[in-house]
Design a protein around this ligand. Structure first.
Ligand code: MN
Length: 313
């Protein structure tokens, strides 16, 4: 067989590997007077490991203004992870917890069968607010567990290739967090401490991951990342190549694929429309209990839209 093409060499060029990394852009959403970059869930990817919700906000100038104001609202079936890069936020919940959080600290609230909480900038607060708000879906076996709140003032830190790594949950680069988890997950902050950093970061091959930049820029496995972008790394990858200029901060989240269809509506993570309807009715009936100390009304549940509840995804 002979070629009829003018440039047969083209056929011998390497064919690009199918690109199994996915880069997506955040959409803007409003949460309690703050505009956030919502990076997860995506229409085609509702969870990564058990991580099912990723908001990044700021840095915001909150000098002399009220700042964050998220009135009391309920959760079921998830854990909330509050992490700050700058500023401070006051958490109150229906268990009676009241906790101010600062950068480098972790607030972890396990909703389980049900909890209500509010988050706001304290009356006297730092001039800049910058943080991430994350949800972890509880697996079926644990999702009706008792609600709980934990605050970790100090978390394990390690260093790798110029990155200062703080492990929020799970384990990374030999450092393990004491935070309570219900499925194999990891969440970590990696900051290029004072100068450019690069490393080969070992990953559990049975984990899938996402990475996003919270400050500055970075590259992960050769893909450039800017603020407002999310990079998905499928499971089966034993390592990632990370690089970042001085003072950039990268967040890495991952876990064993959850393998459970989630039904997420408002602040509830469930499996069936009936559970969502029951939780909504319970909130409207005041059954989640009061959140003490908040000046103002709790958040009303939005109207239930049966069409959006039809199918778990
Ligand atoms: Mn909440």
């Amino acid at each position: 067989m002979s070629t009829v093409e003018a440039n047969p060499e083209v056929a011998s060029q390497p064919v690009p590997e199918p690109h199994d990394l996915e880069l997506t852009a955040a959409r803007n959403a409003n949460v309690g007077a703050v505009t956030v970059r919502r990076l997860l869930p995506l229409r085609m990817r509702r969870s990564v490991g058990a991580w099912c919700f990723v908001d990044h906000y700021g840095p915001l100038d909150v000098d002399g203004v009220a700042g964050m104001n998220v009135p009391p609202h309920p959760h079921i079936g998830l854990q909330t992870v509050t992490w700050l890069l700058a500023g401070n936020v006051l958490h109150r919940d229906s268990l009676g917890s009241e906790q101010l959080i600062r950068p480098g600290q972790l607030n972890l609230m396990t909703a389980g069968r049900g909890i209500a909480h509010g988050e706001e900038s304290p009356t006297k607060h730092d001039p800049v607010l910058h943080g991430v708000q994350l949800w972890v879906a509880l697996p079926s076996a644990s999702r009706h567990t008792e609600p709980a709140f934990e605050h970790h003032a100090q978390l394990p830190q390690t260093r790798l290739g110029g990155f200062a790594i703080t492990v929020l949950v799970g384990e990374l680069a030999g450092a393990g967090s004491p935070a309570t988890t219900f499925s194999p997950i990891v969440g970590a902050e990696l900051t290029a401490a004072g100068r450019p950093a690069s490393c080969l970061l070992p990953l559990p091959p049975d984990f899938e991951h996402v990475a996003f930049v919270a400050a500055g820029q970075a590259s992960v496995d050769g893909v450039d990342l800017a603020v407002g972008q999310l990079l998905y790394l499928p499971d089966g990858r034993p390592e990632a190549v990370l690089a970042a200029p001085a003072d950039a901060t990268l967040m890495l989240l991952g876990g064993v694929p959850l393998g459970e269809p989630l039904l997420m509506w408002w602040n509830f993570v469930a499996r069936t429309p009936e559970e969502i309807a029951a939780a909504t009715a319970a909130w409207r009936a005041g059954e989640f209990g009061p959140v003490g100390g908040y000046q103002g009304d709790p958040l009303p549940a939005p109207p239930l839209d049966a069409r959006r509840l039809r199918r778990p995804v």
